[in-house]
Design a protein around this ligand. Structure first.
Ligand code: KG4
Ligand code: ZN
Length: 363
């Protein structure tokens, strides 16, 4: 086993580290141990453990995440998960903990746990004297999560368009390479996952709504109702989903629509939301000559969305040179392996985050 990396400096040619990552930004308590190697052009990850405890059942009766309950559950779950890791045997070089964005009371549980762990390990006699503690950006985690399942990254995939679609965010980025990106646009109101959760509530489906809508949508007709495609024709890369949710609300309130099937509402709503995501992404692909598209975040778990992206990118009309590759992360919903990946890339890029909960941290 090699030495824990030349004093954790990103300036060296080859880097090797074992990262213990902690994620508590919302309603998943997660800890992972990931080995990261390689410089910024060729990072490689090996996941030893990726443990997640979901609090869905606890928040479900409330129809959404209750911050204080999340905090209580994280406090309870973190030591249990940590004990399962057996890190004393596995020897970490770096502790990376999510500092934002997310629910601040929940973020603090992870930060405080990480700080205590760092003090414990650093002062111990288990060979951890060089261990470091860093703050991690949850969104970097989603953005770079596709790297966790790639054997090799080559430069032919750039420029790329990345779409981060979760319960809290809808962001589209132009990536020149792994180190350089520019935000092209984001949602002006609700995130797409939040919109799925709210529409699910209107349809009296349990929390979280995304997977429930996906299930119903499979049984319905996506063309049954012509819901609006907000901002689709605007020449920018911003999104807006709250109007779409309101359209579903008005549709369901209207007595004339009483006989309309729930499955058709779900399918038509999903089609409208995805149409905007896909068409705006394709426009960015064309404008910037992107060679690949990366989709991440909880909404990227949706198989219909993945398939729709795949067929849109394979369209016959694309000239062959411009047939972008699709990278769909294998880890769309919140987990700590992605936090390790994001922390490693940010570390190589010399991006640092304060060890303070920041609910509004951005990319
Ligand atoms: O990334 P994530 O686990 O947490 C945040 O960072 O927000 O994303 C959770 C969001 C929720 O809004 C959930 O409803 C949505 O992702 N989601 C889905 C699906 N699975 C999770 N949305 C649509 N289809 C799904 N299959
Ligand atoms: Zn997330």
């Amino acid at each position: 086993m090699s030495e824990p990396i030349a004093s954790l400096s990103p300036n060296i040619y080859s880097v090797f580290m074992k990262i213990l990552a902690i994620e508590t930004s919302c309603d998943e308590t997660a800890i992972a141990l990931v080995e990261a190697t390689g410089e910024i052009k060729h990072p490689h990850f090996k996941i030893f453990k990726n443990l997640v405890v979901s609090q869905i059942e606890i928040h479900r009766p409330f129809g959404g995440v209750v911050p204080n309950l999340a905090k209580r559950e994280h406090t309870k779950n973190l030591p249990i998960l940590y004990n399962k890791l057996q890190t004393k045997k596995l020897k970490a070089d770096l502790i990376a903990v999510t500092v934002g964005p997310g629910l601040e009371p929940a973020l603090w549980t992870g930060i405080n746990f990480a700080k205590n762990l760092y003090t414990d390990l650093h002062g111990s006699e288990h060979g951890f004297t060089r261990i470091k503690l860093v703050g991690a950006n949850h969104l970097s985690g989603h953005l770079y999560s596709f790297l966790l399942s790639q054997k090799k990254i080559n430069k032919d995939i750039f420029p790329a368009i990345a779409l981060v679609i979760s319960g809290g965010h809808t962001i589209i980025l132009l990536m020149k390479d792994l180190a350089h990106y520019k935000k092209l646009g984001e949602t002006r109101d609700d995130a797409v996952g939040e919109c799925f959760d709210k529409v699910a509530r209107l349809l009296k489906l349990p929390y979280p709504g995304g997977p429930e809508i996906e299930k119903l949508a499979k049984l319905g007709n996506p063309k049954a109702i012509d819901f609006p495609r907000p901002m689709l024709n605007q020449k920018n890369y911003d999104f807006s989903f709250s109007g779409l949710k309101t359209s579903v609300l008005y549709f369901l309130r209207d007595k004339e629509n009483a006989t309309c099937k729930k499955v058709d509402v779900a399918a038509s709503f999903q089609a409208a939301a995805f149409d905007v995501l896909i068409k705006k992404t394709l426009r960015a692909v064309e404008e910037f000559g992107a060679k690949s598209v990366m989709i991440s975040g909880g909404v990227a778990a949706n198989v219909s969305l993945r398939n729709a992206f795949r067929s849109a990118l394979k369209r016959e009309t694309w000239n062959l040179k411009l047939r972008p590759k699709l990278f769909v992360t294998k880890f769309p919903t919140d987990n700590a392996a992605m936090i390790a990946a994001g922390a490693y890339i940010d570390f190589l890029n010399k991006k640092k985050y304060k060890m303070v909960a920041n609910g509004n941290l951005s990319l």
